[in-house]
Design a protein around this ligand. Structure first.
Ligand code: MN
Length: 329
């Protein structure tokens, strides 16, 4: 699978008047930031209107951000007359499974895919994927530099949000620190606009959700590896009142626990079970996620299982791990 050139993508988008974008399922900071940064510079520099939609709500902290008001919630791509738009741009969406739409949608309209997921399926008419980058925002930042776009304070603030959140607050990418330094030079108010709304803004119910998944945490040994596992039922999730995006954040909290090689979580939702993997010792967890029908990155990957008892789902994941075997990066 081959990338299109940055020029091909730029030549297409600069001539579009009406663009539709969607955040991915259970959106995170990178999805929000990538789409809002794209919208901002296209509307600032070109005679263009960009609509961003999201079927799911944002995680609590992103609601505080100014530009989250630019999203139309509760909508799928198929809810719109797609022929009214010149193209759909996906940022941070590796697979159509990461949206609430399907491959059929892609046949109706021109599509562009800018992403950093290892397992990106190059589903669009024009694709630009760089899985060596820790965030979709850093892929976009690279493109914007090639396109010689002006990085003003607002554009830089938006990009920095995705770089900050998808690097685990600068924990798993040194490159992210360099990118952030470039953006902070453009007068971003890092502490007040990024750190305070995101890091020091936890609602109590999410901390309670973290207690729940910590209580459920156990360590299982497989060959010489220690696998951390935490599963949580729909009833327990509902008691805490967290949403899908917030459920997704649970594994980031658990991966701080020492002594494990990798871990996975299973969260029972209405019609499916949401699974996430994190690697702690350079083990490629994307292989397990792909085996289970999902995808992602080598160190962080996700999948969805059909509804089944949680014990059965846990067995299914362990079987997939045994089948694939543990591979170091
Ligand atoms: Mn991302």
């Amino acid at each position: 699978m081959k990338n299109n050139s940055s020029e091909e993508i730029f030549n297409k988008i600069k001539n579009c008047k009406n663009i539709l974008m969607t955040l991915h399922k259970g959106p995170d900071g990178d999805s929000l930031a990538g789409c809002c940064a794209m919208k901002y510079f296209l509307e600032r520099d070109f005679d263009c209107k960009v609509k961003i939609i999201s079927f799911d709500k944002l995680p609590y902290e992103s609601n505080e951000l100014r530009f989250s008001k630019e999203i139309e919630f509760g909508k799928k791509l198929e809810d719109f007359k797609l022929e009214k738009f010149d193209c759909i741009i996906f940022v941070d969406t590796g697979l159509m499974k990461m949206t609430h739409d399907n491959e059929e949608t892609l046949k109706k309209i021109f599509t562009i895919n800018v992403d950093h997921h290892e397992t990106n399926s190059y589903f669009a008419n024009l694709n630009y994927v760089d899985s060596s980058k820790h965030s979709a925002c850093s892929v976009l930042m690279h493109l914007l530099k090639e396109w010689q776009i002006n990085f003003d304070k607002e554009l830089s603030t938006r990009l920095l949000l995705g770089i900050y959140t998808d690097s685990g607050f600068f924990s798993h990418s040194a490159e992210a620190i360099k990118e952030a330094a470039f953006l902070i030079d453009k007068k971003v108010d890092y502490v007040n606009e990024i750190v305070n709304p995101i890091k020091y803004n936890f609602p109590l119910n999410i901390k309670k959700y973290f207690s729940l998944i910590t209580d459920a945490f156990k360590i299982v040994e497989f060959e010489n590896y220690k696998i951390g596992i935490s599963t949580v039922s729909k009833e327990e999730i509902e008691k805490t009142g967290v949403n899908l995006s917030e459920v997704r954040g649970g594994i980031n909290y658990l991966q701080e626990i020492g002594g494990i090689d990798f871990l996975f979580t299973l969260a029972e939702l209405n019609n499916e079970i949401k699974g996430s993997f994190r690697s702690r010792k350079n083990i490629d967890v994307s292989l397990f996620a792909v085996e289970l029908g999902g995808g992602g990155h080598k160190l962080a990957a996700a999948f969805t299982l059909e509804k089944m008892p949680l014990e059965k789902a846990e067995e299914k994941v362990l079987e997939a791990i045994k089948k694939v075997g543990v591979h170091k990066i």
